[in-house]
Design a protein around this ligand. Structure first.
Ligand code: ADP
Length: 884
C-alpha cells in the first residue's frame, strides 16, 4: 500500500494528498505534518518507512469539505485520491492485493464547486493571463476566466497598463500564468498585489498554435466562429484555462458555457487601489460590513448577489445598457405589491447554476436535482406573474421570456421521480418515489417482505426452542444472527437443535447462531437492497443526463432570475433610501444635487446620531466642453472632505451599474476611469502606507487619466514635510487642470493652493463650513463656495481631549508662526506659475539651486576663517558649473 501511496504522491508533488482509506482520507509523511498543524488534528504514526515511523493523520469523509475549505483558504492545493474499485474486486486478485486508487480531482482555490467551500453571493473565478509578444502597440495581453461552480466563461483582451485593473475587477481566487511570465520581474508586483493564489504552468498550456483546436475540442464544435472573434492572446488564455480545468477535474467535465468575449472598454476601469480606497467590495479592514456592496445589496438570492457584485466590480460605460437597467428598476418601483410578490418567489428559488455544476461534475446529490426542479418551477410561476404586465421594459420582458422557456418536461421528470424527503447523498439510495419504477418497487417489496419474515422467525424460533429471550439481530460484521443468553446456549448445541442452529460467535454473556433459513432470507434482503440501489442510481443518472441536455436553458433561467433579483433589490434600495434616477449620457457633465454618501448616511441613521447633510457637486465644464472642472475642497479635519469626495465617486459607480443614486438628482456623463487616492497619513489601515506608495499612485493618475476620467485626490502630498507636500499638491493640480483635464475633486489642508483659482479657470474653491462657538468648532458638513479661513487643527485637537496646557501652548506657537508671512511666498509663486511661463505643456520640475543650497548650509557664526574661505571656493565652483 505504501508503494502505491508513494507512486501517487510522486505524481502530485505540489499537492497535499488526501489518500482514501475506508471512511477516512489519510495523509502521510510531510503532508501529515503540514495538515495536522493547519487543521489542528492529531498526528499519529503508521508503520515504518526506511526504518523510521511514518507520520499520519486523517479526516473523516463526511467532514472532509470543512477540512478542505481550511486547507484551501491557507493556500494549499489538495489532490483527492479515491478507491476506484470495490475492495472485493481487489481480494479476488489475492489476499494481499491493494485496492486500486487514483487521484480523481485536484482541489485548488479557483476550482471549487462544493456548497460548503463557496460563498453563495460571490463568484469564484479561475483566471488565466496570456500574452502576445510584440506588435506596434507593444505586448498584447488577454484574460480568460471561469467559475466552474456556475459555468460562466469569459474572455477579454487588455494591455499592460490596464491589466492590473482588469484583474482587480475580476478578483479571481486563482490565477494561472506561464512559467516564463511568472518569472518576469516586471510583472511580479501584479501577482504580489492580488489576493489570489498564483499557479505557474508550463508553456504548453498557453500554446497559441493549438489553442483554437483545443477549445473547439472541449466544446465539441468544429470551429469557434459561432462564439465570436478572438485574438491569439485571447485564444491562448482561454485554452490555458480549459486545460487547467481539465487537469484539476480529471475525470469530469464541468458544464462551462461557451466563452463570451468582453471588451475591456465596456466597463469603467477601476484599479485595485481605488477599489480598496472607496471600500467597494470590502472595507480597508477587509470586512464586508461597511462596504458599498453591503450598504446597497438587498438581493434575495445567491445568483442575484453575484450579479450585483459583478456589476459593481465593472460598472458599464454604455448609456444604452445603463438605461435598460434603470428602466427595469423603475418598473420594479412602480408597483410595490407586484414587486414584493415577485421577491417572495425569487427568494424561494434555489441556486440553479451551482446545483447544475455539481450534478454534471458527479458531485451532486438528490437535493441538487430537487433544486433544479424547484428553481424551474418558480421560474414558470414568475414568468406567468410578469406575463400579465404589458408595461414591462425590455430587460424585464426578456427575463420573463427566458423564464417562460423553463423546460417543463424536466420539471415533470424530476418531480415524478423524487420523493418529498430527500437524503443528502445519493449513495445510500432512498430518494426515488414509489410508483416511479415497477422493478424498484418490486425489489423494495421483496426486501421488506424478507425483513418481515425474519422478524416473524424470531417468535417461531423462541417457541420452538423454548428460549424466551431469543432475539434476531443484525450487525455489519455478521449480518443477521440469532442471539441467546450464555446459559440457554447449551440447548442449541445439543441435538436435535444443533442440526439446524449453526454456531457463529461466543461472547461473555451471549452466544450467536444462524440457520439456513435465516441465511437465505438475508441473501434475499441484501440482493433486493442492492438491486434497489442500482435502480435508484440508474434513475439518478438518467435525470442527470436530462439535466445536462437542458443545461443552456437552465443557465438562461438562472441568469434571468438573477437579473430580476438585482432590478427588484435596487428598487427596494431606492425606495427605502430615497434615491433618485440618474441621467447618464455621453456628455462630460457631473452634476449632483443633494448628494449623499450611501454608507455613511446609513451608518449615521443606524447610530441615530445626526442626519447626513446633503451636498451638491458640479464638475462638468458647464458649456458642454470636454474639459472638467476641479473642485478644490478645503476645510478642517473631520469636517467631511473625504466623505464628500467619496460620495461623488460612489454616485458615479452606482449610476453606471444602473442603480438609482443617493441624491436629489444627478446628471453623469459616462466616466471611463475612476481614480481615488488618499494621502499617506490617512492610509495607515492598509499597513503599507508609505509616501512612496502615495507618489506611485499619484503618478499613475497623472499618466493615465483622460477627459472621461473622474479623479478623487484626498490630501495628496500629506505624507511628507509641509513645503514638499504643498509643492507636490500644487504641481499635481496644475497638471490635472492643463493636461489630464479630468473631472476632479481635490481635498487639501494646504490653503495656499486656493490661490491657484485666480489663474486656473476651471479650478473652483469650495470649503466645508464650520462654526466657531466659544472656542470650539462645530462641523456643519456643508460644502459651500469659498476657502476655509483656518484649519482649526487646534480646536479639533481640543475636542479630542489634548491637555489644556498643550492646547494653550499650541495657540501661542501658531500666533507666532502666522506672523511670518507664508502668504507672501504664495503670491510670489502665483505670479511665476511655471505652467504659464512654459505654455500649455506639463510643468517642468524646478531644478534645485546649488548656490542657494550651499548658502543655506552655512552658519557664519560657526565658521573658522579657513572654513569661510573654503565655502567661498565652493560657491565659485558651483557658479562655474551652472554657467556650463
Ligand atoms: P475630513 O476628510 O474632512 O477629515 P471626514 O470626511 O472623514 O472628514 O468626515 C468626518 C466625519 O464627519 C465622518 O465620519 C462623518 O461621521 C461625519 N460627516 C462627514 N460628512 C458628513 C455629512 N455630509 N453629514 C453628516 N455627517 C458627516
Amino acid at each position: 500500500m505504501m508503494a502505491q501511496y508513494l507512486e501517487i504522491k510522486a505524481a502530485n508533488p505540489d499537492c497535499l494528498l488526501f489518500y482514501r482509506m475506508g471512511d477516512f482520507y489519510e495523509m502521510f509523511f510531510a503532508d501529515a505534518e503540514v495538515a495536522s498543524r493547519a487543521l489542528g488534528i492529531t498526528l499519529t504514526r503508521r508503520g515504518k518507512h526506511q526504518g523510521a515511523d511514518i507520520p499520519m493523520c486523517g479526516v473523516p469523509i463526511h467532514a472532509a469539505d470543512q477540512y478542505l475549505q481550511k486547507l484551501i483558504a491557507l493556500g494549499h492545493r489538495v489532490a483527492v485520491c479515491e478507491q476506484i474499485e470495490d475492495p472485493a474486486e481487489a481480494r479476488k486478485r489475492g489476499a494481499k492485493s491493494v485496492v486500486r486508487r487514483d487521484v480523481v480531482r485536484l482541489v485548488t482555490p479557483g476550482t471549487l464547486t462544493e456548497e460548503a467551500l463557496l460563498t453563495a453571493g460571490r463568484n469564484n473565478y479561475l483566471a488565466a493571463v496570456a500574452r502576445q509578444r510584440g506588435g506596434e502597440g507593444g505586448d498584447l495581453f488577454a484574460l480568460a476566466w471561469v467559475d466552474i461552480s456556475t459555468g460562466e466563461f469569459r474572455v477579454a483582451g487588455t494591455d499592460r497598463e490596464r491589466l492590473a485593473a482588469d484583474l482587480a475587477r475580476i478578483s479571481p481566487s486563482e490565477i494561472i500564468v506561464s512559467d516564463a511570465m511568472f518569472a518576469e520581474a516586471d510583472l511580479s508586483p501584479l501577482w504580489r498585489d492580488l489576493a489570489a493564489a498564483v499557479t505557474p504552468l508550463s508553456a504548453a498550456f498557453f500554446d497559441a498554435g493549438t489553442a483554437e483546436s483545443r477549445i473547439a475540442a472541449h466544446f465539441g464544435v468544429a470551429t469557434l466562429d459561432g462564439y465570436g472573434q478572438f485574438s491569439r492572446a485571447e485564444l491562448s488564455a482561454a485554452a490555458a484555462v480549459l486545460a487547467y480545468v481539465e487537469k484539476t477535474q480529471i475525470r469530469e467535465r464541468p458544464p462551462l458555457a461557451a466563452p463570451v468575449a468582453e471588451s475591456s472598454g465596456d466597463t469603467m476601469l477601476i484599479d485595485a487601489a481605488t477599489r480598496a480606497n472607496l471600500e467597494i467590495a470590502e472595507t480597508l479592514g477587509g470586512a464586508r460590513q461597511g462596504s458599498l456592496v453591503a450598504a446597497i445589496d438587498r438581493t434575495v438570492t445567491g445568483a442575484g448577489a453575484r450579479l450585483l457584485a459583478r456589476r459593481l466590480a465593472g460598472p458599464s460605460t454604455d448609456p444604452a445598457v445603463i438605461e435598460r437597467r434603470l428602466d427595469a428598476v423603475a418598473w420594479m418601483l412602480a408597483d410595490t405589491g407586484r414587486r414584493e410578490a415577485l421577491r417572495a418567489d425569487l427568494a424561494a428559488a434555489p441556486d440553479l447554476v451551482r446545483s447544475l455544476s455539481r450534478l454534471l461534475l458527479d458531485r451532486g446529490g438528490p437535493r441538487d436535482l430537487a433544486a433544479i426542479r424547484d428553481g424551474l418551477e418558480r421560474a414558470r410561476l414568475i414568468a406567468a406573474r410578469i406575463g400579465h404586465a404589458r408595461d414591462a421594459p425590455p430587460e424585464i420582458a426578456e427575463a420573463a421570456a427566458a423564464l417562460a422557456a423553463a423546460p417543463a418536461r424536466l420539471i415533470a421528470a424530476i418531480g415524478g421521480a423524487l420523493r418529498d424527503d430527500l437524503p443528502h447523498l445519493k449513495r445510500d439510495g432512498g430518494f426515488v418515489r414509489a410508483g416511479c419504477r415497477a422493478d424498484l418497487d418490486e425489489a423494495l417489496q421483496l426486501r421488506d417482505d424478507s425483513r418481515r419474515i425474519i422478524a416473524s422467525l424470531q417468535s417461531n424460533y423462541a417457541t420452538e426452542t423454548d428460549i424466551r429471550a431469543l432475539r434476531i439481530k443484525h450487525n455489519n460484521v455478521l449480518g443477521y444472527f440469532i442471539e441467546v443468553g450464555a446459559n440457554a446456549a447449551d440447548r442449541l448445541f445439543a441435538p436435535p437443535l444443533n442440526a439446524r442452529f449453526i454456531h457463529r460467535q461466543t461472547l461473555a454473556t451471549a452466544v450467536r447462531f444462524t440457520t439456513g433459513a435465516l441465511t437465505d432470507l438475508e441473501a434475499k434482503v441484501a440482493g433486493a437492497g442492492e438491486r434497489a440501489l442500482a435502480i435508484e442510481l440508474e434513475v439518478f443518472a438518467a435525470l442527470v443526463a436530462e439535466v445536462a441536455g437542458a443545461a443552456p436553458a437552465i443557465r438562461a433561467v438562472a441568469e434571468a432570475l438573477a437579473i430580476l433579483d438585482v432590478a427588484s433589490s435596487l428598487a427596494v434600495l431606492a425606495e427605502a433610501e430615497d434615491y433618485a434616477r440618474p441621467i447618464v449620457d455621453t456628455s462630460f457633465a457631473f452634476r449632483v444635487v443633494g448628494g449623499r454618501h450611501p454608507v455613511v448616511e446609513q451608518a449615521l441613521r443606524h447610530d441615530s446620531k445626526s442626519a447626513f447633510i446633503a451636498n451638491d457637486a458640479d464638475l462638468g465644464s458647464g458649456e458642454g466642453g470636454a474639459a472638467g472642472r476641479i473642485w478644490l475642497v478645503t476645510g478642517p479635519n473631520m469636517a467631511g472632505k473625504s466623505t464628500f469626495l467619496r460620495q461623488n465617486a460612489l454616485i458615479a459607480i452606482l449610476a453606471q451599474i444602473g442603480s438609482y443614486v443617493p441624491a436629489k438628482s444627478a446628471h453623469i456623463g459616462i466616466v471611463d476611469r475612476l481614480f481615488s487616492r488618499v494621502g499617506a497619513a490617512d492610509d495607515l489601515a492598509r499597513g503599507r502606507s508609505t509616501f512612496m506608495v502615495e507618489m506611485i499612485e499619484t503618478a499613475a493618475i497623472l499618466n493615465q487619466a483622460g477627459a472621461r476620467a473622474l479623479v478623487i485626490l484626498d490630501e495628496i502630498g500629506r505624507g511628507t514635510a509641509t513645503f514638499d507636500g504643498l509643492s507636490i499638491a500644487w504641481a499635481t493640480v496644475e497638471h490635472l487642470h492643463a493636461v489630464n483635464q479630468s473631472r476632479a475633486l481635490f481635498a487639501t489642508h494646504y490653503q495656499e493652493l486656493t490661490a491657484l483659482s485666480a489663474r486656473l479657470e476651471r479650478l473652483v474653491n469650495v470649503t466645508v463650513k464650520v462654526k466657531e462657538w466659544q472656542g470650539d468648532v462645530i462641523f456643519l458638513h456643508e460644502i459651500a463656495p469659498g476657502i476655509a479661513d483656518r484649519s482649526y487643527g487646534i480646536q479639533v485637537a481640543r475636542l479630542a481631549g489634548l491637555p489644556p496646557s498643550v492646547v494653550e501652548r499650541a495657540r501661542a506657537v501658531l500666533r507666532q508662526l502666522e506672523e511670518t508671512d507664508r502668504k507672501a511666498t504664495v503670491h510670489a509663486l502665483i505670479d511665476d506659475l511655471p505652467l504659464f511661463a512654459a505654455g500649455q505643456k506639463a510643468p517642468a520640475s524646478a531644478e534645485p539651486d546649488p548656490i542657494a543650497e550651499i548658502l543655506d548650509a552655512i552658519a557664519p557664526d560657526d565658521l573658522s576663517p579657513r572654513e569661510a574661505l573654503e565655502a567661498l571656493y565652493r560657491l565659485k565652483a558651483a557658479r562655474r558649473r551652472i554657467e556650463k
